[in-house]
Ligand binder design. Structure first.
Ligand SMILES: NC(=O)c1ccc[n+]([C@@H]2O[C@H](COP(=O)([O-])OP(=O)(O)OC[C@H]3O[C@@H](n4cnc5c(N)ncnc54)[C@H](O)[C@@H]3O)[C@@H](O)[C@H]2O)c1
Ligand SMILES: [Zn+2]
Length: 449
């Protein structure tokens, strides 16, 4: 929600307008948001007597019934718009179909749309709300770790367009975000790992106590989906501390910079060389793996400069490894480093601004890394990670149908994946030509967050 305060003065030859926009939005931690006993959400819709919800098909299949019961119980009409799943669906077409539903529903000024799902749905539906009648309110319920601890922290919303990721978008804060980690019990483990990587990022550069907890509970956090599967109450308690601190840290770092005018960003650790590399392998890497490779390499660079001790360096690499995250990839080579450096210099106003832990738990930005130093660190990094399990490669590191989820010529993408192979490392890769085409179309050469 925002509120503009502005003044107008006359100048010699015209007028000068100066305005300040107040931005305010709240987060509520609430497990089981759709439990009928929990009235926080229904209260938001009481005055309207109804709710228009946008979600992806997976979320609808898993939670549609529970939502319907919740809204029925509270005497509120519920209309659900289902979007397709996958990065390819983060498009203007999806946005326009949401817009049509909003018109059909007759959304009233100030009436909030409810957006439920991962970062993908909250981005595209959030952008539809930003654009609809110039601005429309929305309430966000993220359902992935990335959604909960990363996408919902920011007010950025977007769609992919013209072969570029997030090319069209806006800054549009929701009225409210409900943080329900209960959704994680149904989230595929590969997606849990993706979010774990972002938590390593924020904690290793910003909050040592959170890093310590990730380190202590790593395997349990992943296998219990942050304490939501089974009854490991100790792990759940640790997960809640980690998530709360991680989100708070992100908010403290990013809210003074909501429009990203400052370019030295702690939360860009792991996001220097990865935007290009993520899309380079034949089947693109999952975001969490791409940033982990970048973070692990950056740590080796920092260690080479004495910014991280050997112990800290090993501790960090070991955490990536235990979490099943990637620390290297055969395509992560000097050529990619060079191209990715050139690309990021453009985005970062001519400076590298590579965030690195120094020491673990806080951060320094490197601007003066020569090509030789980068190449030398890369050679050393590749040697170091070979000594780790799986030689530093990750588990379920590449995007699959759970990320893409579309059909080709009416054939589910899973069936198209007949060329699916499992390598000696147990790393899955899909090599079907048709699938490659899907991936290529779905992951054009843009930038990921
Ligand atoms: N706005 C931002 O600042 C920001 C930050 C980070 C990421 N993003 C965007 O977020 C997108 C990625 O989002 P994501 O990682 O959340 O993935 P996603 O939204 O694509 O979801 C991943 C998969 O998990 C499924 N899923 C979601 N929640 C589930 C649940 N609880 N149980 C079972 N399945 C579930 C989805 O249907 C999908 O198949 C990207 O497009 C990225 O650009 C935006
Ligand atoms: Zn990221």
């Amino acid at each position: 929600m925002s509120d503009l305060k502005a003044s107008v003065v006359e100048t010699n030859n015209g007028f000068h307008v100066e305005g300040y926009e107040k931005i305010e939005y709240d987060f509520t931690f609430l497990d089981n948001v759709f439990n009928v006993e929990n009235t926080q959400l229904s209260k938001c819709y009481e005055r309207w007597g109804r709710c228009l919800a946008i979600m992806d098909l997976n979320i609808f299949n898993l939670y549609g019934d529970e939502m319907q019961k919740y809204f029925d119980h509270h005497g509120l009409e519920l209309r659900i718009h289902k979007t397709k799943i996958g990065e390819k669906a983060k498009s203007m077409d999806t946005l326009l179909s949401i817009v049509d539903t909003m018109t059909d529903f007759g959304i009233i000024r100030k009436e909030p749309v409810l957006v439920v799902g991962g970062g993908l749905v909250t981005d595209v539906a959030g952008f539809a709300c930003a654009a609809y009648r110039r601005t429309t309110n929305y309430i966000r319920i993220p359902t992935t770790v990335i959604g909960l601890i990363d996408a919902s922290v920011s007010i950025k919303v977007a769609v992919n367009y013209g072969n570029y990721k997030n090319r069209l978008g806006a800054y549009h804060a929701p009225m409210h975000t409900f943080l329900d980690f209960g959704f994680l019990r149904t989230l595929p483990e590969a997606q849990v790992r993706n979010g774990f990587a972002e938590l390593i990022k924020i904690s290793s550069c910003g909050h040592l106590p959170t890093f310590d907890l990730l380190d202590k509970f790593c395997e349990r956090l992943i296998s219990t989906h942050f304490g939501r599967l089974g009854d490991d109450s100790e792990c759940r308690e640790a997960a809640d501390k980690i998530n709360r601190a991680g989100i708070f840290e992100m908010l403290k770092l990013e809210t003074p910079n909501l429009h990203e005018i400052g370019l030295d960003r702690v939360i860009a650790y792991g996001h220097t060389w990865s935007p290009l590399h993520e899309l380079t392998p034949e089947v693109p890497l999952r975001h969490g793996h791409a940033i982990s490779i970048d973070m692990a390499y950056s740590a080796t660079l920092a260690n080479g400069r004495g910014l991280m001790t050997d112990d800290e360096h090993h501790r960090l690499l070991n955490l990536f490894s235990r979490a099943g995250l990637s620390m290297d990839h055969e395509d992560f080579n000097e050529d990619i480093l060079d191209k990715a450096t050139k690309a990021i210099l453009k985005t970062r106003d001519g400076k590298l601004r590579a965030a690195v832990p120094n020491p673990l738990g806080s951060c320094t930005f490197l601007n003066d890394v020569s090509t030789e130093e980068m190449a030398k660190a890369l050679r050393r990094h590749k040697e170091i990670v070979k000594k780790y399990p799986r030689e530093g490669l990750g588990l379920e590191a590449f995007v699959d149908a759970s990320d893409t989820g579309y059909t080709m010529n009416n054939t589910p993408v899973e069936k198209v994946m007949n060329g699916h192979k499992t390598t000696s490392n147990g790393i899955e890769s899909a090599r079907g030509d048709e699938l490659r085409e899907v991936m290529a179309n779905g992951y054009p050469n843009g930038h990921k967050n």
